[in-house]
Design a protein around this ligand. Structure first.
Ligand SMILES: C[S@@+](CC[C@H](N)C(=O)[O-])C[C@H]1O[C@@H](n2cnc3c(N)ncnc32)[C@H](O)[C@@H]1O
Length: 223
């Protein structure tokens, strides 16, 4: 008999397996739902979605591997989409109350809330990150130590990218990190990423399409 669905987050599996006690049929249904929700968003709003399919579990795992299991502060996840990266962060062992996913699409947020009932998920635009965090971050003195981003910075309009990068720069402390992937496999970082220096870079081939993952550190210089 399958275990009773408890709705609890288990950190032992990535991808669609993150809800403890879900029967396999339910998990397969979640995967299919994620796939079609993503496809629907892509058709109705291709620019902000920026890819044909959700991130693979290999890409998600690699992104998560750059984060400490017990971060000092919060991790803000931008463009959480169907939650592939979110699931990998939980699987890595990062506590659910330290992960703050942000997503602009209402449809995706509904899916994320169903998938991760214990996470505090923000519906909003990364161009308004600071005001979004003001109303939504728990009122305690913890800082934001990491931003993990699936935002398609190479395909969003330039003014949007500039404004998002400014928001990220302002919410991070000096030496705070931004983990970002891109489908542009060249080593040249995004030209608008001034104020950050790249400290790690790697290519994940097992993704459609293959992706480069970069880790940037805020360097504290004027931006
Ligand atoms: C490449 S997709 C996300 C892929 C995600 N890793 C997954 O596997 O589902 C990019 C996501 O960023 C979201 N997005 C794009 N622009 C945004 C913005 N300005 N603020 C917040 N989310 C945004 C899109 O709605 C989309 O869900």
């Amino acid at each position: 008999m399958p275990a009773e669905y408890t709705g609890k987050i288990s950190r032992t599996h990535a991808g669609v397996n993150e809800v403890a006690g879900q029967p396999p049929k339910f998990m397969a249904l979640e995967a299919v739902t994620s796939f079609f929700t993503f496809g629907g968003e892509l058709l109705s709003n291709p620019g902000p979605v920026g890819s044909a399919v959700p991130s693979s579990r290999f890409l998600a795992r690699r992104m998560a591997s750059f984060l400490p299991r017990s971060p000092k502060g919060y991790i803000v996840e931008l463009g959480a989409g169907t939650g592939a990266i979110t699931a990998a962060l939980l699987t890595r062992g990062i506590p659910a109350d330290r992960i703050l996913p942000v997503e602009r699409s209402e449809t995706m947020v509904k899916l994320l809330k169903r998938r991760f009932p214990s996470l505090n998920i923000a519906l909003g635009d990364a161009t308004e990150l600071r005001s979004l965090l003001k109303t939504w971050l728990p009122k305690d003195p913890l800082e934001i130590s990491y931003v993990v981003s699936s935002l398609p910075l190479r395909s969003l309009p330039e003014n949007v990218v500039v404004s998002i990068l400014q928001e990220i720069y302002h919410i991070l402390p000096k030496h705070g990190k931004l983990v970002q992937y891109t489908y542009d496999l060249r080593r040249t970082p995004h030209p608008r990423l001034s104020g950050f220096k790249r400290c790690r870079t790697t290519v994940v081939w097992a993704n459609i399409p293959p992706a480069r993952v970069d880790v940037f550190e805020k360097n504290g210089a004027a931006h």
